[in-house]
Design a protein around this ligand. Structure first.
Ligand code: CO
Ligand code: ZN
Length: 363
């Protein structure tokens, strides 16, 4: 069977393209270049800000709220381009690299994992002999082996970053990749831009940087965009594997509508609207309560004078591991739900944002 004859061919193609691009936090240039190519035919304007966020606008239909489209509600939708990785902290005499984390690295996942540097060099993560081999190693006990016989043969330097080796595989129709977090959010946002029909709202799509080190890109992007409503697209956990943590999220059961995570409480009004739109359109969804972690929605929510914010998440097994697993039916549901929100009336739950005059509360 060719990929085209399988379900969700568009998402498959986008994932195949986006998951193989290298982009640990702060090094999103290649991801951004590809995204720009993908979205250019479907947006009215694009810009890149000082932190590297790619900001694309699809205007509301002329007419808008006050007859021009200028005052149409501005909805910011963010998906982050960066992925977790490691950064070289020291090169030893024998040519082994010591490293620190870029984002939430789980050491229990690392032994034997392949990592890729910007120049394509592949390394293997090895571990020192430990007193208790059954226990997860600490970062100090791990090193990267790049096949060099001594320090002189190592081309990497302190500060160089590596990402988990990029490889997309399919199991039972489900994609496995080291960076579904958050290339799948980027896939959803590209798909939404392609389908967006100008209506009552302006869509400001932001492909953000440095989410994994503290939602930093979304913070400056939100300040610049000054949205009146904000939605993040990102992965979340899943509780459907043997003896999993008690999480009411299941692969294939629909888009996850965020209620709360470790960093934010989603706007209850926005969450209710998401549920209403999903029910009205028959879009499968589940409610997400995550005890740890957060997304760009947190940065957008606390931007300027505050922005009503929420998130549509993709339930994910083995998040932040080299083999993250998702279900494309949930991705489809997420895109459908996002469009149902973007193309409908959201005037009941807007924050003040900034008006066309540039002054908060004016006009
Ligand atoms: Co993450
Ligand atoms: Zn993420």
């Amino acid at each position: 069977m060719t990929p085209d004859s399988k379900p969700h061919a568009e998402f498959r193609d986008l994932l195949e393209a986006l998951c193989q691009v290298w982009g640990p936090s702060g090094h999103e240039d290649r991801v951004r270049a590809l995204l720009l190519e993908l979205i250019a035919p479907h947006v009215d304007e694009t810009r890149v800000d000082a932190l590297g966020n790619l900001i694309a606008v699809r205007h509301a239909a002329a007419g808008g709220a006050k007859g021009t489209g200028v005052d149409a509600p501005r909805i910011m939708v963010a998906a982050h381009m960066d992925e977790i990785g490691v950064v070289v902290t020291h090169v030893d005499q024998d040519g082994f690299l010591r490293f620190g984390p870029v984002g939430g690295i789980l050491t229990g996942n690392l032994i034997g994992t392949r990592v890729t540097f910007e120049d394509g060099t592949v390394g293997v993560i090895g571990a020192e002999k430990r007193a208790d081999q059954a226990k997860a190693p600490t970062l100090d006990e791990l090193f990267i082996d790049v096949g060099a016989d001594d320090a002189a043969a190592v081309t990497q330097r302190v500060g160089d970053m590596a990402a988990f080796h990029h490889r997309l595989d399919w199991s039972g129709g489900r994609p496995i990749a080291p960076n579904h977090d958050d290339r799948i959010g980027c896939v959803m946002l590209v798909a939404a831009l392609r389908r967006f029909k100008p209506g009552p709202n302006t869509l400001v799509a932001v492909f953000s940087t440095q989410e994994e080190v503290g939602t930093r890109g979304a913070e400056t992007a939100a300040y610049g965009v000054a949205p009146q409503l904000a939605i993040a697209l990102d992965i979340t956990g899943a509780g459907d594997t043997p003896k999993a943590p008690p999480l009411a999220l299941k692969l294939g059961a629909g888009a996850a509508v965020k209620v709360k995570d470790g960093g934010m409480i989603a706007s209850p009004a926005l969450r209710r609207l998401m549920e209403e739109r999903a029910q009205a359109a028959g879009i499968p969804y589940q409610l997400e309560v995550l005890t740890g972690g957060t997304t760009d929605a947190r940065a957008m929510q606390t931007s300027r004078a505050g922005v009503p914010a929420g998130a549509i998440s993709v339930p994910t097994r083995y998040g932040h591991s080299p083999s993250q697993v998702i279900d494309l039916a949930d991705v489809q549901a997420g895109v459908d739900l996002l469009l149902a929100l973007l193309e409908g009336d959201v005037s009941g739950l807007l924050g003040s944002g900034l008006t066309g005059s540039g002054l908060p509360g004016a006009g």
